[in-house]
Write a protein that binds this ligand. Structure first.
Ligand code: GTP
Ligand code: MG
Length: 136
């Protein structure tokens, strides 16, 4: 069965939206396999976001992810990777479609990195890699 790593980012946790996010994924029909609230380490984030190293938003992204706890979850189900990214909406929360998590709850707060509430793996390979980082 396909698995994906979902993170409720520090903005989502701080705004008390963790339950709302998890409820939407469960309501869509996916199965919660693992769940925890954690303070990420810089080492974890450098591994998680390795593909973005060197980009202008990389350091602000790591700092943002260190700014408070995150909720990490593994969800399971056929095509859950694609399904969760559809629930999350596009990366920029200002223009993410209403009805999506980012579209319904996100906006631009003027930060150097987009604060867009959630992360979801983008392929089977990245899901397995990311699950190894967050659920070692
Ligand atoms: P994740 O699920 O968090 O991985 O989001 P994504 O797959 O929609 O985006 P991507 O992996 O490309 O980028 C990771 C994170 O970096 C995003 O969620 C944003 O927080 C931030 N980010 C990505 N692109 C930009 C950008 O062009 N500008 C800014 N300011 N932040 C960005
Ligand atoms: Mg991504």
């Amino acid at each position: 069965i396909e698995r994906t790593l979902v993170l409720v980012k520090p903005d989502g946790v701080a705004r008390n939206l963790s339950g709302e996010v998890l409820a939407r994924i469960e309501a869509k029909g996916y199965t919660l396999a693992e769940l925890k609230k954690v303070n990420a380490t810089r080492e974890q984030l450098e591994a998680h976001y390795a593909e973005h190293a060197g980009k202008p938003f990389y350091e602000p992204l790591v700092e943002f992810m260190l700014s408070g706890p995150v909720v990490a979850a593994i969800f399971e189900g056929h095509r859950v990777i694609e399904g969760f990214r559809s629930l999350a909406g596009t990366t920029d929360p200002t223009t993410a479609a209403p009805g999506t998590i980012r579209g319904d709850f996100g906006r631009d707060w003027g930060a150097k990195v987009q604060q867009n509430l959630v992360h979801g793996s983008d392929s089977v390979e990245s899901a397995e890699r990311e699950i190894g980082i967050w659920f070692a």
